[in-house]
Design a protein around this ligand. Structure first.
Ligand code: BJW
Ligand code: ZN
Length: 244
């Protein structure tokens, strides 16, 4: 992105942020990329090496729980030592500067919370939490690695990762909280998401329809780049701190 274009975009966005009372931020895998977390759809993305329908659907888990757990155990090991980056940290700072701040993430890595973000709406769950397929209990489980087929500490039922797979409903409280914030936002930042997975993909447009100025920060163009009010092309870890 040309320097001049970037500066113009940053200037516009900073001026909107200055007067903003309600800021909503939606993040995707791209914000964690500089921490070492693989994205899903990029060149080295997870869905380039693995078929999502074999690993991230309730049917896949029913068919072959061992394979699904192998995938999630591998990812838990990979994520375990990773730390938040400058983009996560800049969002913690932004939160302090506006009266109402809502952070919505599609990420399951928990890095926003590690950075110090207060209330995070996790649309797709959290990989450090498990859910019992028998008794329904959810709890935090940070043991790495877990057994091939981990069992519930309460009832010995089979556990699953507490994440949202394709074809599954998002938690209605989380989704409700997200749309409530989108409807009253003055400014929205959409950071590091390809905008391919619903309902998250529609959130920027929902905020725009409700009158917010919407800015995208992404390494590559997305279907929304030219529709939102501002598109800042580059790394989240470099651009988000420049908003402060
Ligand atoms: C950088 C960067 C750097 C890189 N700096 N940027 C309407 C129409 C059609 C289909 C549907 C529809 N409504 C629902 C559906 C079905 C489905 C869906 O959306 N399918 C589409 C693929 C077509 N949705 C669902 O099933 C959802 N459930 C639902 O809607 O329930 C109701 C319903 C059910 C059935 C039918 C209809 C309604 C659930 C979706 C669950 C998604 N789950 C996953 C896995 C989570 C667990 C796990 O991690 O294992 O969530 S899939 C995966 O994609 C993960 C992510 O959160 C999600 C989004 O990916 P994200 O974050 O955008 O990552 P990438 O890799 O795609 O993009 C990274 C971006 O970063 C890129 O743009 C890079 O350029 C950029 N980047 N480095 C800045 N340094
Ligand atoms: Zn149980």
């Amino acid at each position: 992105m040309a320097n001049q274009e970037m500066n113009k975009g940053l200037e516009f966005l900073r001026s909107r942020l200055e007067g903003a009372r309600r800021l909503v931020v939606l993040t995707g895998a791209g914000i964690s990329a500089e921490s070492g977390v693989p994205t899903f759809r990029g060149k080295d993305g997870l869905w380039k090496q693995h078929r999502p329908m074999d690993l991230a659907t309730p049917e896949a888990f029913q068919r072959d729980s061992r394979l699904v757990w192998e995938f999630y155990n591998w990812r838990r090991e990979l994520l375990f030592p990773l730390k938040p980056n400058a983009a996560h940290e800049a969002l913690v700072e932004l939160e302090k500067r506006v009266p109402h701040f809502t952070l919505i993430t599609q990420n399951i890595d928990g890095l926003h919370q590690v950075a110090g973000s207060g209330h995070v709406l996790e649309l797709h769950g959290n990989i450090w939490w498990v859910r019992c397929t028998a008794c329904g209990q959810t709890y935090e489980e940070r043991t790495v690695p877990l057994p091939e087929l981990p069992l519930c500490r309460l009832c010995d039922g089979l556990l699953r990762p507490n994440v949202v797979w394709f074809g599954e409903m998002l938690d209605s409280n989380v989704l409700g909280g997200a749309f409530e914030a989108l409807e009253t936002a003055d400014v929205m930042l959409v950071i590091g998401t390809s905008g391919t997975v619903q309902p998250a993909a529609s959130m920027g447009m929902a905020a725009k329809r409700a009158g917010a100025a919407v800015a995208e920060i992404n390494l590559d163009p997305t279907p929304y780049t030219n529709i939102y009010d501002v598109g800042l092309a580059g790394k989240a870890g470099e651009i988000v701190p420049r908003l402060l």
